[in-house]
Design a protein around this ligand. Structure first.
Ligand SMILES: Nc1ncnc2c1ncn2[C@@H]1O[C@H](COP(=O)(O)OP(=O)(O)OP(=O)(O)O)[C@@H](O)[C@H]1O
Ligand SMILES: [Mg+2]
Length: 308
C-alpha cells in the first residue's frame, strides 16, 4: 500500500491510457482527501468536464469552484490560462486588454509550440504554490492529467525549455516549474491501468519515461476495474459440465466460465504491471453499475479510503 504519504503530497498527477479510469480515481482521491479535512483542488486540462459531474455537482467550467465542502474543481483551457498568465505578468487588466486581446492570444497559442502546455501546467503549479492567509491555498492539488503520450508531452515542457531557452522570464518560469515537478516532498505521479494487455503495456512504457528523462517522483499504481476471482479450478470444471443444461442454468454456467477465465487473465496482467512498475499497488474492483456516476465514484472512494 502507498501508506499515508500519498495524500500528504501537495500535487498528485494521475495518468494512464485513455479510458482506464483516471478521472474516476482523481475524483475518488479528492473525495477521500476532502473528507479528511484537506482543502483539495482537482484540475482537468482542456477537456470535456468530467470531475464535477462525477462528484455529483454541475460543471464548474474554467473558474475554480467549490463543488462540496473543501473540494474545488476547475477545467484549465490554454486560452484562459494564457489570459491569466498575461494578467500576472502585466498586472493590470486594462494593459492586458490593450496588449493581449483575444486575437493576439490565439496567435501566440498557435505559433509557439508547447505554449498551450506551458501555460496550463503553469496554472496548475501556480495553484500548488499559491498561498492565502499565511498558508498554502490548497493542501492537495490533483491533476487529472491527459492520457499517456500527451501527459509526457505536457510534463516535459519545463525541462525542454530549460534545455533550449536563454536566461529570461520564460526560463525562470520553467525553472520553478521543473523544481516543483521533481520535488518528492511536493509531487507524486500515479499511473492507472486496467488489468488488460494494451493498458498495461502502455503503463510500463509510461513508467519508464517517468523514471527516465521526466524524473518525476512516482507514488502508486492503480489497477482499476479488476474482475473478481469467484471460482477455483474444481468449481470451473463443475460449471463446464453444466453448460448443456437448459436455460437459464446452461447459459449462466457458460457466462460464469467466461467470467472466471477473464478474471484469471486479469490477474496475470495485474501481476505483470505490479512486477514491472514495482510500486505500491491499489486494486479497484470492477463495479457492476448500470450507469457510471457519483454513487460508483463514492464506492471507489470508500475503498481508497480504507487502503490509503
Ligand atoms: N472500477 C470500475 N468498474 C467498472 N467500470 C469502471 C470502473 N472505473 C471506470 N469504469 C468505466 O470506465 C469509464 C471511464 O472512466 P474514466 O472517465 O474515469 O476514465 P479516464 O481514464 O478518465 O478516461 P479519459 O481517458 O477519456 O479521460 C467510466 O465511465 C466507467 O464506465
Ligand atoms: Mg478522464
Amino acid at each position: 500500500m502507498p501508506g499515508p504519504s500519498l495524500l500528504d503530497r501537495r500535487l498528485l498527477i494521475v495518468t494512464g491510457k485513455g479510458g482506464v479510469g483516471k478521472s474516476t480515481i482523481s475524483a475518488a482521491l479528492a473525495s477521500v482527501a476532502a473528507r479528511r479535512g484537506k482543502r483539495v483542488l482537482v484540475c482537468e486540462l482542456n477537456t470535456q468536464e468530467r470531475i464535477a459531474p462525477l462528484l455529483g455537482a454541475p460543471p464548474a467550467g474554467s473558474s475554480v469552484r467549490e463543488v462540496r465542502p473543501g473540494l474545488s474543481t476547475v477545467v484549465i483551457t490554454p486560452h484562459e490560462a494564457m489570459r491569466e498568465y498575461g494578467l500576472m505578468v502585466l498586472k493590470f487588466r486594462t494593459i492586458y486588454d490593450a496588449v493581449f486581446e483575444n486575437r493576439v492570444v490565439r496567435y501566440f497559442l498557435q505559433v509557439i509550440p508547447s505554449l498551450a502546455e506551458l501555460v496550463m501546467l503553469g496554472k496548475v503549479l501556480h495553484e500548488v504554490r499559491a498561498r492565502e492567509g499565511g498558508r498554502p491555498r490548497w493542501d492537495l492539488v490533483i491533476l487529472d492529467a491527459p492520457a499517456t503520450g500527451h501527459a509526457v508531452q505536457l510534463l516535459r515542457v519545463p525541462s525542454a525549455l530549460l534545455d533550449t531557452v536563454p536566461a529570461g522570464p520564460l526560463r525562470s518560469d520553467a525553472r520553478w516549474m521543473q523544481d516543483l515537478l521533481v520535488d518528492p516532498e511536493v509531487t507524486a505521479l500515479s499511473i492507472v491501468t486496467l488489468p488488460e494487455e494494451m493498458p498495461v503495456t502502455e503503463a510500463i512504457e509510461l513508467d519508464a519515461q517517468v523514471r527516465g528523462d521526466l524524473g518525476i517522483p512516482r507514488a502508486a499504481l492503480f489497477v482499476n476495474a479488476m474482475p473478481a476471482l469467484r471460482f477455483d479450478g474444481a468449481e470451473r470444471e463443475a460449471l463446464l459440465a453444466l453448460q448443456g443444461e437448459p436455460s437459464p442454468v446452461g447459459p449462466a454456467a457458460w457466462a460464469a466460465v467466461l467470467q472466471s477465465r477473464r478474471a484469471e487473465q486479469a490477474e496475470r496482467y495485474r501481476a505483470r504491471a505490479r512486477a514491472a512498475l514495482d510500486l505500491p499497488t491499489v486494486v479497484v474492483p470492477l463495479l457492476a453499475v448500470a450507469e457510471w456516476g457519483p454513487p460508483a465514484v463514492e464506492q471507489v472512494a470508500a475503498l481508497l479510503g480504507r487502503e490509503l
